[in-house]
Design a protein around this ligand. Structure first.
Ligand code: ZN
Length: 142
């Protein structure tokens, strides 16, 4: 099972998400939390969309998330993608963090085994531009 290929590209941080990527480079998945209303948000924004506060902090994500939704991409939208389809795109939800969600990919999981609600844990990979990016693996039950 292929997935979005690391060799093709990688994220380019902007002013809003620079800290998110900064922590990713240290293998830390952190979400922005409003220090006023305590809600989490992603993608990061300078102002809280709930209470309009400008203050926030970066809190380490729970060890486990759950697949909220997913799709399998079969059509190569760009010629460079021809060699990697099909690949998956998942939306990972963190219920304990007011359901903040992250779009990513599952690795080492065959497409036919991906399920909504399955528990996943972050796994770090390096994209083509050298940026460390968060992917997810199936959580191994203890
Ligand atoms: Zn707020």
């Amino acid at each position: 099972m292929a997935y979005l290929p690391n060799e093709i590209s990688g994220p380019v941080p902007n002013d809003a998400d620079r800290m998110f990527w900064h922590y990713c480079q240290q293998h830390e998945l952190r979400f922005q939390q409003c220090t006023s209303c305590r809600r989490f948000r992603h993608p990061p924004t300078p102002v809280c969309p709930h209470c309009q506060s400008f203050t926030n902090e970066w809190v380490v994500a729970p060890a486990t998330g759950v697949v909220f939704s997913f799709t399998i991409v079969h059509h190569p939208a760009h010629p460079a993608m021809k060699t990697v389809v099909p690949y998956n795109v998942v939306v990972v939800d963190f219920p304990a963090y007011n359901h903040v969600r992250l779009v990513s990919n599952l690795i080492e999981v065959p497409a036919q085994e991906i399920r909504i609600g399955m528990e996943v844990a972050v796994a770090w990979e390096t994209a083509g531009n050298g940026m460390v990016v968060p992917r997810f693996k199936r959580k191994i039950s203890a």
